[in-house]
Design a protein around this ligand. Structure first.
Ligand code: DC
Length: 229
């Protein structure tokens, strides 16, 4: 069967990575979480006291940053590595990372640095990649582009549940405010703003179960994998 590239874009916390992971498992494809890459860069900058508001200093640091993905046998999940160290948990729960990552991801040098790596990861196809600019910038030629949305309050509740599961003490209002701020920054930044590609299929999953959403997308993928070329 023909291997394809599946590009998934959408707002923060609307279940893109859950869908991407499910698809990669079902199809035996690689999964690349590009948000984790932007979060890893942000964490590196904090760890090395580099001011995220100084793009020149950030650019100088980039060659020292090596991001890779591994597999944790204990939790049976994919993990993100920064210079060989497992930072998966840290990039998800550290509130400083959540609040600075939009600033870091608006720096063009950071985007160029990561987009190049993302394109290399997808060159053999058989990949599911999620982010904000995958269908528009990273893989404009992707065979399947999805644009995922959900109502902000529903997204905030999902994110709150996730954080509480990880032992983080926060409130619905705080989570919603962070999410709305990130939506605003992600859609208004000058370089590669979050945008629905013209040929992307939009899915609002506010009232869809994970299984319903997965089945809808698998039908689309099956059609494409059977197709010519
Ligand atoms: O998907 P996420 O919430 O983990 O992404 C973290 C941040 O990274 C988000 O605020 C926007 C940014 N991002 C981006 O600009 N481009 C991508 N391809 C992925 C994420």
């Amino acid at each position: 069967m023909k291997k394809i590239i599946i590009a998934i874009d959408g707002y923060s916390s609307c279940g893109k990575s859950t869908l991407a992971r499910q698809l990669a498992n079902q199809l035996n494809y690689h999964y690349v979480d590009t948000g984790a890459m932007y979060r890893a860069v942000t964490l590196y900058l904090f760890q090395n006291q580099i001011d995220v508001h100084h793009p020149e200093m950030v650019s100088e640091a980039l060659p020292q940053i090596d991001i890779s993905f591994g597999f944790d046998e204990a939790t049976q999940t994919q993990i993100t590595l920064l210079n060989g160290e497992n930072i998966e948990n840290e990039i998800r729960i550290n509130p400083r990372v959540a609040s600075a990552v939009s600033d870091v991801s608006s720096i063009s040098e950071v985007r160029r640095f990561l987009v190049k790596q993302q394109q290399t990861l997808g060159q053999n196809k058989g990949i599911v990649m999620d982010g904000r600019d995958i269908g528009t910038v990273v893989f404009p030629q992707a065979e399947l582009k999805l644009f995922i949305t959900a109502e902000p309050k529903i997204r905030a509740q999902r994110r709150l549940d996730e954080l509480q599961e990880k032992g983080q003490n926060t409130t619905f209002e705080e989570v919603l405010a962070n999410l709305e701020k990130r939506d605003h920054l992600d859609t208004t930044r000058a370089d590669s703003p979050l945008l629905k590609a013209e040929d992307a299929i939009e899915i609002d999953n506010s009232y869809l179960s994970r299984e319903e959403q997965l089945n809808q997308v698998l039908q689309l993928v099956n059609g494409l994998q059977m197709g010519g070329n």
